[in-house]
Every structure is written in C-alpha cells, then in structure tokens.
Design a protein around this ligand. Structure first.
Ligand SMILES: [Zn+2]
Length: 71
C-alpha cells in the first residue's frame, strides 16, 4: 500500500510511505518498540535500539500496518 497523506510524509520525510497491512497477532518483534502518538487516531512504532520506523497502529483497530523502507 502507498500513502501520500501529510502524516505519512512527515513520519517518513518522503513524498509517500510504502507499507504492508497485516493482523497484529501475526507480527512478532524480536526487540522492544517505542510508540508515539502521530495523530489522534494513530500510533507509530520505532526500534528502541536503532530508531528504524517499524509500524503504525490505528488506536481503534485490530490491524497493524508495517512499514517497508521507502525506495
Ligand atoms: Zn498516510
């Protein structure tokens, strides 16, 4: 999925964000993530060790979207 919204542009410092959408129960992280509120309805997570963008999670949903690195 590709998103051109202003929130994704700010989060990625790019003209768009590319990501896959998956059910949160099917994603396993091997290290700790830190989350921050990027909008009223969304939290974004990044690796606590290296700062890499990892995911964004709608606050009221079961789906977790995982970012792929922009090209
Ligand atoms: Zn967006």
């Amino acid at each position: 999925m590709i998103c051109y919204c202003e929130c994704c542009q700010r989060a990625t410092s790019a003209p768009f964000a590319a990501f896959i959408v998956c059910v949160s129960d099917q994603v396993k992280w091997e290290g700790p993530l830190t989350h921050f509120e990027s909008s009223l309805s969304t939290q974004r997570g990044f690796c606590s060790a290296c700062g890499a963008r990892m995911c964004f999670v709608p606050k009221n949903g079961r789906m977790k979207s995982t970012f792929l690195q922009p090209l």
